[in-house]
Design a protein around this ligand. Sequence first.
Ligand SMILES: NC(=O)C1=CN([C@@H]2O[C@H](COP(=O)(O)OP(=O)(O)OC[C@H]3O[C@@H](n4cnc5c(N)ncnc54)[C@H](OP(=O)(O)O)[C@@H]3O)[C@@H](O)[C@H]2O)C=CC1
Ligand SMILES: CC(C)(CO)C(=O)C(=O)O
Length: 307
Amino acid sequence: MTPKILVVGAGAVGGYFGARLAASGHDVTFLVRPRRQAQLSATGLCLASPLGDATLTPCMVTADRIAQPYDIIILSVKAYSLAAAMVDMAPAIGPQTRIIPLLNGMQHLDVLASRFGREAVMGGTCFIVSSLDAEGRIHQVGVTPRLVFGPLVAGQDATAIADALRAPGFDTVPSPHILQDMWNKWSLLASLGTLCCLMRASVGEVARLPGGTDFVHATIKECTTIAAAAGYPLAADTVNGIVKRLTQPDSTLTSSMFRDLSQGAPVEAQQIIGDLVARARAHGVATPILDLTDLNLRAYELRRNEK
Ligand SMILES: NC(=O)C1=CN([C@@H]2O[C@H](COP(=O)(O)OP(=O)(O)OC[C@H]3O[C@@H](n4cnc5c(N)ncnc54)[C@H](OP(=O)(O)O)[C@@H]3O)[C@@H](O)[C@H]2O)C=CC1
Ligand SMILES: CC(C)(CO)C(=O)C(=O)O
């Protein structure tokens, strides 16, 4: 039987993966709120991507209309929307449902497990650079996106689910070591977020400055030291890959957190930087650069909330 997939959050990430899955014939429904539902009804779900543009008529449901449990939930809301999203998606979760969260950071894993049970929650992460424009179209740039997920409890297997989540337009990677993958991604993301948000610049702009790459190396070192202290040391080639990616002088890469900040939008500062700093403190790791980023982003949020 074709698994029923519910994408919770038809934004830059969920909209991309969900659209690619739907376009290749999977049974995909988007859980949407009324504003996004009206927008998508008017325009269709539009993707602009170097891998091919697409416009489709999405199958949508609002929280009050969820009629049955789904087999797979791809959860792709921002971290600050998680609590409300959990209330909305609750009727979609049955005993066999597997939730694959694509949020950045790690703390949502425990939040989801305490609400829906450990069996229901898989680990997940994604590599994609995408954003929404003012009309709600999704713009994906850069290399082929990647969806990585795997079991968090013994006895579960990601391969059957992986077969249900393959589509042209992204790579599907079932992983037997998803927590390590999530720490690898968190180290990359927190380094990139720090680089962009503290310097208000892209990877290439910082790399071209005298002292820029020293700053990036020191930031990556802080992040990987925390990961190692937490029991998830990054392999040397993974660290080298992060260093290479974040020190390219011609790179226009920015983090999604920086793109949000540039638009004056809320940022996932607590989940991406604050939580990492808290874990550093718990393990006695000194993180002067991340502390500064944390303070910087909290000052940003303070001003934003006072407006
Ligand atoms: N964008 C990127 O390049 C990357 C992002 N990520 C991570 O992925 C996660 C999602 O980010 P992104 O897709 O960029 O964020 P977006 O803001 O683009 O999309 C989030 C979507 O979630 C929807 N949403 C929020 N709450 C609910 C709800 N209760 N029910 C239904 N829909 C809801 C929002 O809809 P509404 O219009 O109703 O508010 C919005 O469309 C974040 O944790 C981010 O850090 C990871 C890798 C790359
Ligand atoms: C690090 C990156 C670009 C990888 O997808 C990301 O997750 C983000 O910007 O949020």
